[in-house]
Design a protein. Structure first.
Length: 187
């Protein structure tokens, strides 16, 4: 197999967008190029230079047979997929995901928040990477923030909010849908 350095990707730009609180069954994007419906999906704004970190964990349960104490098979066990990102902006959307289930009220002077302990807050997510003219869009039909990093208020660094979104299977048992706009890719 020959090396082809033109197929090395560095998604140096992109976005994270999330459906509004309480929006159920939004129409999800089905390609990498169609603009997002701004009435459904809101961008979280600027992300830290770490971009988006995708993690997958899959357990396998080994089954051994009596003969020779040999492995007979490995059965798929627990599966989990997460996406982690850090927001640099504090805006209406980052407040909405930081305080899911709480009451956020627009005031003439800004926003007031009556914070409640978070409950289940399932939303649809779109993660989008751009490498020149190549696009990589991941659509998470059902995802929830399950971890929020510490928020540091400092005079030497920007105040950032770190989030981890865990994916759940939809009615078709899919955790994500991926759309890669890149004519150099072939199967």
């Amino acid at each position: 197999m020959a090396v082809d350095v033109t197929k090395i990707r560095a998604y140096a730009n992109g976005l994270v967008a999330v459906s509004g609180y309480g929006v159920t069954n939004p129409t999800l994007p089905t390609d990498a190029t169609t603009s997002l419906n701004a009435s459904v999906f809101k961008e979280v704004g600027a992300l830290s230079d770490n971009g988006i970190v995708e993690s997958t964990s899959q357990d396998f349960n080994d089954v051994y047979m009596w003969q020779n104490n040999s492995i007979a098979t490995s059965l798929a066990g627990k599966f989990k997929k997460t996406f982690k990102f850090t927001c640099l902006e504090q805006n209406g959307q980052t407040l909405a995901i930081s305080f899911g289930g709480s009451t956020l009220t627009q005031q003439s002077w800004g926003v007031s928040i009556a914070e409640k302990a978070p409950g289940r807050d399932l939303r649809s997510w779109v993660l989008h990477g751009i490498d020149g003219g190549r696009l990589y869009r991941i659509v998470v039909p059902l995802g929830q923030i399950t971890d929020k990093g510490d928020v540091t208020w400092s005079s030497t660094e920007p105040t950032m909010s770190e989030y981890t979104v865990v994916t759940y299977p939809d009615a078709s048992n899919n955790h994500t849908y991926r759309y890669i706009y890149d004519s150099t890719l072939t199967l």
